[in-house]
Design a protein around this ligand. Structure first.
Ligand code: ADP
Ligand code: MG
Length: 430
């Protein structure tokens, strides 16, 4: 077997505890097949003699405990075998978490709440996936909490969400997303509105805790919290806030010793802070690459995986039938704030948006809040705390006729009429 770029059918014989890493070229697809032995992709087991297809830009590792033979066909940018993988350390981490779950079961306590942190491109999302897969394969029901508003593994970008994991991630598609709890944040960086970010973190923690009170399996399963790569200043404070909101027991710090030391210093002594190395396989992604995967995530929401499973609808919505808000008024100097008002109030304020041409291409969240609920002068209560029930994209605006055309996963009418605007745009090329 040989590494390097290949066009068809390159075989790889992997020794025990090694991994085959490959990247798919832009515009290409690569097929992976397991011939003998056992292997897994980020904690999901491969079936023998089944072809798995990976799309452009995918960066994959096929790991084996006891050795295996696999083949790749299609254009890979790189493909090589590495003996130097942190998988054993990740698995030890899983074993420690599982021990905590067993203890929790015995003592009628709650299972481990784990926060995964580190700068961008260190394998945070991948580690979460490995840990969740390992847990669910043992029959646990852990919850994935996704706080990365730039690259969400649960919903579209600009959201914060939680998902109960009931089966291992699909090798190609990732975790199956049924009935997630999703909140609207509205932009791809927490810094756009850090007050809102922290507030929604608290909301997610509250809902998760309530669920744990009534669902023993969820409580024992605990949660794995994925975070953003912004680990300085307010980004760091947001991690500390999250640890306290979720009453985190374990923090896994990938790759950065400084962050590890800061968290050890600032978190309560009973929180176990663990430094883990990043995998040499994790590749840095460019800005473009990240923008593309955000776009892909939105496309996936409307059209399904690889654009083939869902058929979205296009219809007109009258301006008079909806109320559109943006969360957060532009901040003004403290000295100019009206008496009794704080900066918090401006960041959490609902600002009515009058529909115009500049709405075009924006993603809007459809709030689950009841249409009849009161929205007094800037009163945000209810709407901020309400999850969203779906998303639409404005594809055209007719100011003359006072209607906008929207792309929606479901046919008309909209299930609710309170819409929250995102900074995020999506241009539907279908
Ligand atoms: P982060 O969440 O810290 O930004 P990710 O977990 O998303 O990082 O990893 C970045 C990229 O590297 C992803 O595309 C992921 O599939 C890939 N990757 C992770 N681990 C490996 C590995 N061992 N070999 C090859 N690619 C990997
Ligand atoms: Mg990530």
């Amino acid at each position: 077997s040989s590494g390097g770029a290949g066009t068809s059918g390159t075989r790889f014989d992997l020794e025990r505890e090694t991994e085959l890493r490959f990247e798919v070229e832009t515009g290409e697809r690569v097929q992976l097949e397991l011939f003998s032995g056992m292997a897994e992709v980020f904690g999901s087991e491969l079936n023998r003699n089944k072809k798995y297809t990976f799309g452009p830009g995918s960066k994959i590792a096929v790991f084996t405990w006891h050795g295996c033979t696999v083949a790749l066909s299609g254009k890979t940018e790189v493909a090589y075998v590495s003996k130097d993988t942190p998988m054993m350390l990740y698995l030890n981490t899983h074993a420690a978490l599982e021990q905590m779950r067993r203890q929790a079961e015995k003592d009628n306590e709650r299972g481990p709440r784990v926060m995964v942190v580190g700068p961008t491109d260190v394998g945070k999302t991948t580690l979460c996936r490995v840990l969740l897969n390992c847990a669910v394969r043992l029959g646990r029901r852990p919850t994935l909490v996704e706080l990365d508003v730039g690259q969400s593994s649960i919903s579209v970008p600009g959201t914060m969400a939680a998902l109960c994991i009931e089966r291992p991630a699909d090798v190609e598609e990732g975790f199956s997303v049924q009935a997630p709890l999703v909140f609207h944040f509205g932009s791809t960086t927490p810094g756009t509105n850090i007050k809102l970010y922290n507030k929604l973190t608290s909301s997610l923690a509250e809902v998760f805790s309530q669920r744990c009170e009534v669902n023993r399996k969820a409580s024992v399963g605990g949660c794995i919290i994925n975070t953003c790569g912004w680990v300085k200043g307010s980004g760091y404070q947001a991690l500390v806030h999250c640890a306290s909101a979720f009453q985190v027991d374990v923090v896994l710090v990938l790759d950065q010793e400084r962050l590890y030391n800061e968290l050890k210093r600032d978190l309560p002594h009973f929180v176990r802070v663990v430094l883990l190395p990043k995998s040499g396989g994790v590749v840095e992604r460019s800005k473009d690459c990240r923008r593309e995967s955000r776009d892909e995530k939105i496309r996936e929401y409307f059209y399904g995986f690889r654009g083939t499973s869902f058929y979205p609808h296009a219809f007109d919505v009258r301006f008079s039938d909806v109320r559109i808000y943006k969360i957060g008024a532009p901040s003004i100097p403290d000295s100019c704030l009206p008496l009794g008002m704080s900066q918090d109030d401006t960041q959490l304020k609902l600002v009515p948006v009058s529909p115009g041409r500049d709405l075009t291409h924006h993603v809007l969240s459809v709030s689950s809040v009841e249409d009849e609920s009161e929205v007094g002068a800037g009163q945000s209560r209810g709407i901020l705390e309400s999850p969203v029930c779906g998303f639409i994209v404005v594809t055209a605006v007719d100011t003359q006729a006072q209607v906008m055309t929207v792309l929606s996963p479901a046919p008309r009418p909209l299930p609710r009429h309170t819409l929250l605007i995102m900074d995020i745009r999506f241009i539907d090329l279908k």
